[in-house]
Design a binder for this molecule. Structure first.
Ligand code: AMP
Ligand code: GLY
Length: 431
C-alpha cells in the first residue's frame, strides 16, 4: 500500500515513524514533511493547506491511503476532496471537522447532546460580550471562535482583563477572522488531560491518555503555546475515569454527530478538565494532538495502519489496540522567540548523538536541511522545532532519558522546559 501523510510537524514525524514500520506500507510519502521525516518517507513539496495540490500529488503518486495530521486541511475539506477523487483518507469530513473549526458550533453541539462542558455565552458584538463578563464576574475565559493555533484562548482573572481580552480578539483582531465571534466561558478548576479515540462513524476505540504542558515556562507559567511537552500515561485518567469519559463525552458525541448527518471518522481528541464533578470538555480537536501523538506512538505496540484503515471502512467494532506498559515523555525544543516570532535558520547539531541513546527518538517538528559552506546541515524552520521523546519504566525514568537526549543536542538558537511530566513525577515520588 502507498501511504501519504499530510503535515510537517512532530506529530507527522511520529505518525510516519509508526506507519513506516507497518508491513502493509510499501511506500511512504509526506507532504510537505521536514528534515527528520525525510529519513523515513519521501517528502513531496506541497503545503498542507494546498488542498487541490495535495489531491493532484496523491493521484500522481498512486496513493492508496492518506493520513491527515493537522486540523486546517481537515476543516478545509481535504478528506472530502480525496474521497471524491477515489482515494481513501483518514480524518473527518469538513462538516465533522467543525467540532474543532468552530468553538461556537462545538459549544452548541455540547448543549444539544448533553456533553459536560463549561457554561458559556457566544457573541459577535463586543459590547454584549463585555456586558456578559460584567454580569458573570471573574475569573472567566475568553476564546476566539475560529482556529488560532492553540493561542486564541485568554484566561482572565478580573473583569477588566476580560474586557481587555474582548478588545484584543474582537477589536484589534489579534487572531484575525477567528475573532469575529467569541465564546465567553465559566472558568473550570481541576487537572487537564488529553483523551483520544479512533472513530469509524459509529464505534470509538479509546487510545491511551496523555497530558500536555501548554504554557511556555517551567511550572506551567507564561503564555500558552501549541504544547511544550507531553507524557503518557496520565495518572488522572485511570480505568474508571476512562469509562466515564467514553460514556459521558466520547459516545454522546459520536452518536450526536451521526444523528446530525455528519458522522465523525478519524481521531476525536477531547481536551478535558478532570474536575471534582468528573470530566468536563474544554474542547474537541479532530486529529491527533501534537506533542501528544509523539508519546502515543512510542507506547503503541500494535500496527497503526490497519486501525486507521478500519476507521475509514467503518470496521472498528472488532478491533483492538495493544500498548506498552512503559511511560513515554516528549520534550519540545522550540526556537528562541516562540510563542512570539521564532528565530529561523539557526543550525542544530548533535541530532545523531541524541538519536543513538537507547530509548530516545528525536522527532522533528520544524526543521529543514540546508547546504551551508558546502555542508548539509539541519536548521530551525518553525516555532516548535524538535520533540525529543523517550520511554522508561516510570515517567521519572522516561523524563531523565528525554533530557539526556535534549542535552546531547547542541542548539544555542533554541530552548525547552525542564519540568515536563512534573505532576506525574510528584505523584510517583509520593507513592
Ligand atoms: P482550549 O484551546 O479551549 O483547549 O484552551 C486552551 C487552554 O486554556 C486549555 O488547555 C486550558 O488550560 C485553558 N482553558 C480553556 N478553557 C478553560 C476553562 N473554561 N476554564 C479553565 N481553563 C480553561
Ligand atoms: N497539544 C494540543 C494540541 O495538539 O492541540
Amino acid at each position: 500500500m502507498r501511504v501519504l501523510v499530510v503535515g510537517s510537524g512532530g506529530r507527522e514525524h511520529a505518525l510516519c515513524w509508526a506507519l513506516s514500520a507497518s508491513p502493509l506500507c510499501d511506500a511512504l510519502f509526506c507532504a510537505p514533511g521536514n528534515a527528520g521525516i525525510a529519513d523515513v518517507a519521501t517528502c513531496l513539496p506541497v503545503s498542507s493547506d494546498d488542498i487541490s495540490g495535495l489531491v493532484t500529488v496523491a493521484r500522481a503518486q498512486n496513493i492508496d491511503f492518506v493520513v491527515v495530521g493537522p486540523e486546517a486541511p481537515l476543516v478545509a475539506g481535504l478528506v472530502d476532496q480525496m474521497t471524491a477523487a477515489g482515494i481513501k483518507a483518514f480524518g473527518p469530513s469538513a462538516q465533522a471537522a467543525r467540532l474543532e473549526g468552530s468553538k461556537a458550533f462545538m459549544k452548541d453541539f455540547f448543549a444539544r447532546h448533553n456533553v459536560p462542558t463549561a457554561a458559556y455565552g457566544r457573541f459577535t458584538d463586543a459590547a454584549k460580550a463585555k456586558a456578559f463578563i460584567t454580569a458573570k464576574g471573574a475569573p472567566v475565559v475568553v476564546k476566539a471562535d475560529g482556529l488560532a493555533a492553540g493561542k486564541g484562548v485568554i484566561l482572565c482573572q478580573s473583569v477588566a482583563e476580560g474586557h481587555a481580552a474582548i478588545d484584543t480578539i474582537m477589536t484589534d483582531k489579534a487572531f484575525g477572522a477567528a475573532g469575529n465571534e467569541v465564546v465567553v466561558e465559566e472558568f473550570l478548576h481541576g487537572e487537564e488531560a488529553s483523551f483520544f479515540a479512533i472513530v469509524d462513524g459509529e464505534t470509538a476505540l479509546p487510545l491511551v491518555a496523555a497530558q500536555d504542558h501548554k504554557a511556555v515556562g517551567d511550572g506551567d507559567t507564561g503564555p500558552n503555546t501549541g504544547g511544550m511537552g507531553a507524557y503518557s500515561p496520565a495518572p488522572i485518567v485511570d480505568a474508571a475515569m476512562q469509562d466515564r469519559i467514553m460514556a459521558e463525552v466520547i459516545m454522546p458525541t459520536v452518536r450526536g454527530m451521526a444523528a446530525e448527518g455528519c458522522p465523525f471518522k478519524g481521531v476525536l481528541f477531547a481536551g478535558l478538565m478532570i474536575s471534582k464533578d468528573g470530566p468536563k470538555t474544554l474542547e474537541f480537536n479532530v486529529r491527533f494532538g501534537d506533542p501528544e501523538c509523539e508519546v502515543l506512538m512510542m507506547r503503541l505496540k500494535s500496527d497503526l495502519l490497519p486501525a486507521l484503515i478500519a476507521a475509514v471502512d467503518g470496521q472498528l467494532k472488532n478491533f483492538d489496540l495493544r500498548w506498552y506498559d512503559e511511560a513515554a515523555v516528549t520534550v519540545i525544543m522550540a526556537a528562541n522567540g516562540y510563542p512570539g516570532t521564532p528565530q529561523k535558520g539557526t543550525i542544530i547539531e548533535g541530532l545523531d548523538a541524541a538519536a543513538k541513546i537507547e530509548g530516545v527518538s528525536v522527532f522533528h517538528a520544524g526543521t529543514k536541511s540546508e547546504v551551508r559552506d558546502g555542508k548539509t546541515v539541519v536548521v530551525a524552520n518553525g516555532g516548535r522545532v524538535l520533540a525529543v521523546t523517550a520511554t522508561g519504566k516510570t515517567v521519572s525514568e522516561a523524563q531523565a532519558l528525554a533530557y539526556k537526549g535534549v542535552d546531547a543536542i547542541k542548539w544555542p538558537g533554541g530552548f525547552c522546559r525542564r519540568d515536563i511530566g512534573w505532576r506525574a513525577i510528584a505523584r510517583e515520588k509520593q507513592s
